[in-house]
Structures are given as C-alpha cells and as structure tokens.
Design a protein around this ligand. Structure first.
Ligand code: ADE
Ligand code: ZN
Length: 323
C-alpha cells in the first residue's frame, strides 16, 4: 500500500482515542489567537518561533512549554474552542470515541474556576456527540509533581459538579513528571476515587521504570496504563499484562519527540503486540508532537512494517479498552 492507501485504510477502521491530553491539542496558532483574545503576553514573537521551540530532550523539557501554553486558556469559550477543534480533527481521522484527559490543577492554580473548565469541555463534547457522531468522556488527571493533599483538594472542589457531568466524567488519571513521583504517592486519593466509582488510569513506564507500571496496577488499581513501553524490562510484568489483557495506551510520536526512543524503527510497539498485549495507538499531545492519531498509526505502520491484520488488531484493541 502506498501512504495514501494506508491512510485511508486506517482512517476507515473504527478507532477509540484513549490517551489524549486536551491541553496538548492547543496548536501554536490557537495559542496566539487565545493570547490575543485574553490579553496574555507570550514570550514568542510569532507562531513560527513558538513552533521552532518544540525541540524536546525529555518529558520535563516538554512539560515546561506545555504548562506555559495552557496559560492562555481562561474562559469557558476557550475550553470549548480547544475541545471542539480536537473533536473535529479526531472525527476526520475516523475516531468514533475519545476519552479525554485534562489537568484541572493547571487551570485552578491560575485562578480559573473548575466550573469554567468543565463547562467549556462539556459543551464541546456534547456538541461533538450530536454533530460529529463522536462519543467522549473525561479523565480528571492529577499532576504527580504536586502533593497528594493538593490532589485531594482539587477533587473536593470538583465533586459538587459531578451530578451535572455524570454522563462525561467517568475516570481519573495521573500524569506529569514521572521520575521521582512514584504511584505510591497517590495511593490514598486513588483508593478514594475507586470508592466513589471512578475508573482509573495512570501514566507509568514512559520514562519511569517497569516497577512503576506494576505499582500503578497494585497500588492505584489502574485499569489501563498510559504508555507502559518500559514494561518490557520486566518479564513477569509482561506475562501479567498479557494474561490480564491490561491495555497499554501507547503514543509512538510522543515517545519519539520526548526521546523515549531514538528512532521510530526502534519502537517496541510491534513486539508488544506480537507478544499478545492489548496495545493501542494514541496521540498524547498532538499539537506538540507532530501528529494526530492517524499520523501516529501511519508513521508506526511504515517504520515497523505493521501488517493489515495488526492494524485491525490495534484499532479493535482501542475499542475493547474503552470504559
Ligand atoms: N502530560 C501531558 N503529556 C504528558 C506525557 N506524555 N507524560 C506525562 N504527563 C503528560
Ligand atoms: Zn500522556
């Protein structure tokens, strides 16, 4: 298949996107437009110089820029516009369902009300269901570089809104700087979220060791692992992931841009799939990593020589791993 045929083959497979940070869909031109609308000063002269700054050496070098970019989001309309833009892109890529992560603490710490964040995200998601036929839900993600007490406080702020958004807010997650912030730090808040009936995911084994994947399963009762590519370093963990069919939400272009792998040809996605793990393909922060979900599928298929059957399997895995 040539690239065009490959793109349309993959586009036509019904897919779920399960690892997507909505703040990571803010394209440089939208950052500039929102900065102007909200009178926020940016330390970049223009869109091109911001785009040129997207040269990352590791996760932290990306996160610093990503949190700075998110500061342009201030009003309900901003959160709506960002989410609507993503849903249109996703629908065009053949995504039929998206489980969308957002970082409430990134916004509440700047004085944006949690009500504003929920209202903007939710209106776009409900519109996406009606007008694009794409279903979606929210993953309320705790920032792991902050304390567990801060996670509890943010959760308490948001819980009164749960009734209003119980069609959308199904899950909690854990993201941000992995190294030095192990799963055990958030054991109590995840246990509380489980009691409250939330589904659970956690980033683990992106930059951090395989033991963080195991601890995310055992200590946080995570039902899916975001990234998890370093699981391969622990054969016992690999056996468990296969036996229990715990989904891994892998993001190949993210792994490339954040130097988790030196080259897409060296990505272990195909090996993980061939060992029978429930691997899925996702875009993570597409505005920063050079591609949405279809770009991730196509680049990975070409770099690793995935067969049509393997592509069908990846898409089917994503649909099976939905909450
Ligand atoms: N937040 C946004 N993208 C992330 C990633 N790839 N890892 C951890 N936290 C994130
Ligand atoms: Zn992520």
């Amino acid at each position: 298949m040539n690239t065009q045929e490959l793109r349309s083959f993959i586009r036509d497979l019904p897919k779920a996107e399960l690892h997507l940070h909505i703040e990571g869909t803010l394209e440089a031109d939208m950052i500039f437009a929102l900065a102007e609308r909200n009178k926020v000063r940016l330390p970049y002269a223009d869109i091109e110089s911001l785009n040129r700054a997207y040269q990352f050496t590791d996760l932290q070098s990306f996160l610093d820029l990503y949190y700075a970019g998110a500061a342009v989001l201030q009003t309900e309309q901003d959160f709506h516009d960002m989410t609507w833009a993503y849903l249109q892109r996703a629908a065009a890529d053949g995504v039929v369902h998206a489980e969308i992560m957002f970082d409430p603490q990134t916004h509440t710490s700047r004085g944006v009300a949690i009500e504003t964040v929920f209202a903007g995200l939710a209106s776009a998601m409900r519109q996406g269901h009606k007008e694009l036929g794409i279903s979606s839900s929210l993953i309320f993600s705790f920032l792991r570089h902050l304390s567990e007490a801060e996670a509890f406080a943010t959760l308490e702020q948001a819980l009164p809104l749960r009734g209003q958004y119980d069609d959308l807010w199904l899950s909690v997650g854990l993201d941000s700087s992995e190294n030095g912030n192990p799963p055990e730090k958030f054991q109590k808040v995840f246990a509380h979220c489980k009691e409250l009936g939330f589904r659970r995911v956690a980033h683990a084994g992106e930059e951090g060791p395989a033991s963080y994947v195991r601890d995310a399963l055992d200590l946080l009762q995570a039902e899916r692992i975001d990234h998890g590519v370093r699981s391969e370093e622990d054969p016992i963990l690999m056996q468990r992931l296969r036996q229990e069919q715990i989904p891994l939400t892998v993001c190949p272009l993210s792994n490339l841009k954040l130097c988790v792998v030196p080259d897409l040809k060296q990505h272990n996605l195909k090996r993980l799939l061939e060992q029978g793990l429930c691997v899925t393909v996702n875009s993570d922060d597409p505005a920063y990593f050079g591609g949405y979900i279809l770009d991730n599928y196509v680049a990975t298929a070409q770099a690793l020589g995935l067969s049509k059957e393997q592509l069908v399997q990846l898409a089917a895995n994503s649909m099976a791993a939905r909450f």
